[in-house]
Write a protein that binds this ligand. Structure first.
Ligand code: FAD
Length: 409
């Protein structure tokens, strides 16, 4: 029997494994992950898993039985350390080797560790990427008397953590290095809206604050910024971006740029090795350039594309418009498309409910992206119009007293 090994059992790896069976792969399938838990959904980590009493079992990607039914071997709690391409063998941290005919790298990403003096020297300072990270945060939070938390980083994950902790009655201070929240991914107007919303809920937000040092005094953690301002808390969570897990690929001499370089079939520079998910630098036909994306949708879609390619189905090319969501308080943000290069934003705010809104990003006449809050219609229409590269009637879009009508847009 042929062997397909998949390194990384998260959104990309698990979806690839099940898709392989669906596409007719009759060989062995083995999933490896250094995380010992049965694979779970990552988005709830900063949302409902952080705030609820339930264990991570509630967020499993698939029940244990499903793996047995599809004859997918799970090798959890096992890190792969070396890929030997010549002999088509991988080695695990315990020295055990596994041979492959096809290998899939679904190694995702790890939290970027910011260069802050003292970050690694003190307890109660956490990243948030795994179920264990959340358990550590929860237990530290339960043991903290003042419930004062500092979040470093005002991106989606930092904001979701802030919203979750506020619901647990924490005192949350969020420090962002840039001049505004979500600076990399949205317009100043949308940033402002999120800042206002979080402040109203009780989050203390400081932008243009670069944390440079963490010290510990009398049980408290003291955070010092480059402008010498100081903040105190008994716990710190940082969410300042990710570092792509490309080490295995680099050491195996595969082509790596800002991620593992793959073609439209998710094939790397070695035809028997595929890469999928957060770790890839892949070509996107819609944008006619290579991209690296961090989203469940991208991981799931690429898992399916790689499975088809491995099963030698010819009708595959990864061609998706990126989409993403974020939940904060009672706000459901849905985003489609990428904003790079935009020169105009049209905002639509519901006349009766300012939390129902959408921002439409254009580069001249081309609609690049729609970011909608509690407005599924705007998101769905935006997706359709972007896919079709449709010419949008901006005048109609601007008249916010009229409901959205795709026929008129
Ligand atoms: P990952 O999920 O990073 O999984 C990679 C796996 O590989 C890991 O389990 C790791 O342990 C394993 N691994 C790595 N190297 C090795 C090795 N050498 N040996 C064995 N195992 C290895 N996306 C959205 O679309 N919407 C959201 O709302 C959203 N919210 C998020 C909230 C949080 C807190 C986080 C952290 C992410 C969120 N994301 C969200 C992003 C989304 O979770 C990722 O895009 C997605 O998990 C990527 O899946 P992946 O399988 O490519 O990689």
């Amino acid at each position: 029997k042929l062997n397909c090994l998949i390194i990384g059992a998260s959104h990309a790896g698990v979806n690839c494994a099940f898709a392989l069976r669906k596409e007719g792969w009759t060989g062995n399938i083995t999933l490896f992950d250094s995380d010992p838990n049965l694979p779970y959904h990552r988005p709830p980590l900063s949302k409902s898993f952080l705030t609820s009493e339930f264990g991570i079992e509630k967020h499993q990607l698939k029940p244990q039985l499903a793996y047995a039914k599809d004859e997918i071997n799970l090798n959890l709690g096992k890190r792969i350390t070396v890929i030997d391409r010549q002999n088509k063998v991988v080695t695990a941290v315990d020295g055990v080797t596994y041979t492959y005919d096809k290998l899939v790298l679904a190694t995702g990403a790890s939290p970027l560790i910011p260069n802050i003096e003292g970050l690694k020297s003190h307890p109660n300072i956490y990243p948030l990427r795994t179920a264990q990270d959340v358990l550590n945060i929860k237990s530290s939070f339960e043991n903290s008397i003042s419930k004062k938390v500092i979040i470093i980083g005002g991106g989606y994950i930092g904001l979701e953590i802030a919203a979750s902790l506020i619901s647990l009655s924490a005192h949350v201070t969020l420090l962002e290095r840039e001049e505004r929240l979500l600076a990399r991914v949205t317009s100043p107007e949308v940033s402002q809206y999120f800042e206002k919303t979080h402040k109203e809920k009780g989050v203390i937000i400081h932008t243009a604050k670069e944390v440079t040092k963490i010290t510990k005094t009398e049980g408290n953690l003291k955070v010092t910024c480059s402008d010498q301002t100081v903040f105190e808390s008994d716990m710190i969570i940082f969410g300042v971006g990710i570092r792509v897990n490309t080490d295995l690929a680099t050491e195996a001499n595969l082509e790596v740029k800002s991620g593992i370089v793959v073609n439209g079939n998710c094939e790397t520079s070695d035809k028997d090795i595929y890469a999928i998910g957060d770790n890839t630098y892949h070509y996107n036909p819609h944008y006619d350039r290579h991209l690296r994306l961090e989203s469940v949708q991208n991981a799931v879609d690429q898992g399916k594309v790689a499975a088809k390619a491995i099963c030698e189905k010819s009708d595959v090319i990864y061609d998706a418009i990126p989409w993403f969501w974020s939940d904060q308080y009672n706000l459901k943000l849905q985003m489609v498309g990428l904003i790079e290069g935009y020169n105009e934003v049209i905002e639509r705010i519901d006349l009766e409910d300012e939390n129902k809104r959408s921002a439409w990003f254009f580069k001249n006449e081309e609609l690049l992206s729609v970011q909608a809050v509690n407005d599924a219609k705007a998101y769905v229409y935006g997706t359709k119009l972007i896919k079709e590269k449709a010419q949008v009637n901006k005048g109609i879009l601007k008249s916010t007293n009229e409901p959205l009508d795709i026929k008129r847009l």
